[in-house]
Design a protein around this ligand. Structure first.
Ligand SMILES: [Zn+2]
Ligand SMILES: [Zn+2]
Length: 461
């Protein structure tokens, strides 16, 4: 007789890298296929070179991608590997990607092309832009799209994507139904974004369809010393000191209006709401927004916006221009540092960390650097000291105006209580045990074990 099993390959006590297999008979789905986010102990330190010809083998050896049968191509696996390659695997497998953050999709290019990889239409359209501007994942393959609220099947498993709000376009949760029961996987989500109504309708929709267990992210949970038990109570209100996505434009405009020199910003451009916010801050402060070409392409494709200029550095001017940039430059005007330096107080200019040296060309006297969730994200990243060093060298003050993509602890608890699952599986967290269900049981899975879903209960096999 067939039964439903769950195996956890990654993400239990890390931020991201969540990889879970769910199997019913010969039907199997694996959800999310990213890489753990850990810049402080990443093997690729900028010196060790990636070997493009053997990236799957190297990543397997390094433990960066999971050893799972039926996922990788025969020619990618090491000789004498005990793993079954995709072409000889008997079952029906599909991969689901909840959203386009590297910790959820960074390794999806390494999957054998015969295994379908699904993401929402919004995610796929953003991915196509990312690929165009050179930010696609390692290796090339095709991807399948799915629609919010429209179930699709992988063998005998039915999957319904449900839209959530997160700091990237296209994020969704997955409702996964097998003949034995249903699991709800939240992906990453937040209630202080630009679309809190999506979380309310996600809760409503999920409760309508019904489920036996919830697999939920818990990124913002911290230790008992840092986060007292009594603060971990359900509360959907927005604390007064919490910056929401929608507050960012006016907060930035306020600082920009009080600044006599240039305004610089550093964002993560997969967050389309933040790009919109930057353009809004430009309008509110009366400054022209200058975007890097890559972000400009995203703004054009996904916001239809054109109220910005594109920064054309000497470096770009002298390098061969890729086709997409030629097309972009035909649509929007470019601006050089020399033009900006004539009136630095009239501009709000993007500068990503990898382009830090471009700041040397700009007149930054009396200017301000608005750090708005662009990398490096914090002092845990060795690159953070580097950024500080560059800014110190040119005497540019850094101000933090941003907000995270993950629900704060009392919102996590609110979502859990509203869903009220019989089994709660918290993960994608350093302290998953701190997220407790209202009435059900908490399950903290372990690697190397298989869990059985039967009659609405999950037990260790
Ligand atoms: Zn994540
Ligand atoms: Zn995420």
């Amino acid at each position: 007789m067939n039964h439903t099993t769950l195996t956890f390959h990654g993400g239990l006590r890390t931020i991201g890298g969540t990889i879970i297999s769910l199997q019913y008979g010969d039907s199997r789905i694996i959800f999310d296929f990213g890489l753990v986010y850990s810049p402080q102990n990443h093997i690729f330190d900028g010196q060790i070179k990636l070997r493009k010809s053997s990236v799957v083998r190297d990543y397997l050896k390094l433990g960066l991608i999971p050893s799972i049968d039926g996922v990788y191509s025969k020619e990618d696996l090491p000789d004498h590997s005990t793993l079954i390659s995709a072409d000889t695997y008997p079952g029906n497998t599909a991969i689901l990607i909840s959203h386009l953050h590297l910790d959820h999709m960074g390794a999806m290019g390494m999957i054998d092309p015969s295994v379908p990889v699904y993401m929402t239409e919004d995610s796929l359209s953003l991915y196509q832009t990312l690929d165009e501007i050179g930010e696609g994942v390692q290796r090339n393959r095709s991807y399948q799209s799915c629609k919010y609220n429209q179930p699709f099947t992988v063998g005998e498993i039915s999957i319904t994507p449900i839209q959530v709000d997160h700091d990237v376009l296209g994020a969704c949760a997955f409702h996964i139904q097998t003949p034995d029961g249903a699991i709800l996987y939240t992906g990453d989500l937040r209630m202080h974004g630009a679309h809190p109504e999506r979380i309310q309708s996600f809760i409503q929709k999920a409760n309508e369809i019904g489920f036996d267990a919830v697999i939920m992210e818990g990124t913002t949970l911290s230790s008992e010393e840092e986060l007292a038990e009594e603060t971990l109570v359900s509360n959907k209100a927005l604390p007064e000191d919490l910056v929401t996505e929608t507050m960012i434009p006016s907060k930035m405009a306020e600082v920009l209006k009080a600044t006599n020199g240039i305004g610089i910003f550093n964002i993560y451009h997969r967050n389309i709401d933040r790009i919109r916010g930057i353009l809004q801050a430009g309008v509110e402060s009366g400054r022209k927004v200058v975007l890097e070409a890559e972000t400009a392409q995203i703004a054009l494709n996904h916001l239809g916006a054109q109220n910005f200029l594109v920064f054309q550095s000497e470096e770009i001017r002298q390098a061969p221009v890729p086709k997409w940039q030629t097309r972009l430059f035909n649509k929007v005007s470019t601006i050089s540092y020399k033009q900006i330096n004539q009136h630095p107080d009239q501009y709000f200019v993007q500068n990503s960390y990898d382009r830090s040296l471009e700041l040397f060309d700009l007149n930054v006297e009396n200017g301000i650097y608005l750090h708005s969730n662009g990398v490096p994200l914090g002092s845990f990243d060795p690159a953070f000291q580097n950024l500080e060093r560059v800014l110190q060298l040119i005497g540019l003050e850094r101000v933090l105006i941003g907000t995270g993509g993950h629900a704060i602890p009392q919102h996590l608890k609110y979502i859990v209580d509203e869903l009220d699952p019989a089994t709660l599986i918290p993960l994608h967290s350093f302290y998953p045990e701190r997220l407790k269900p209202k009435n059900g049981v908490q399950l903290l899975p372990q690697y190397g074990k298989t869990y059985l879903l039967s009659e609405g209960k999950i037990t260790e096999q």
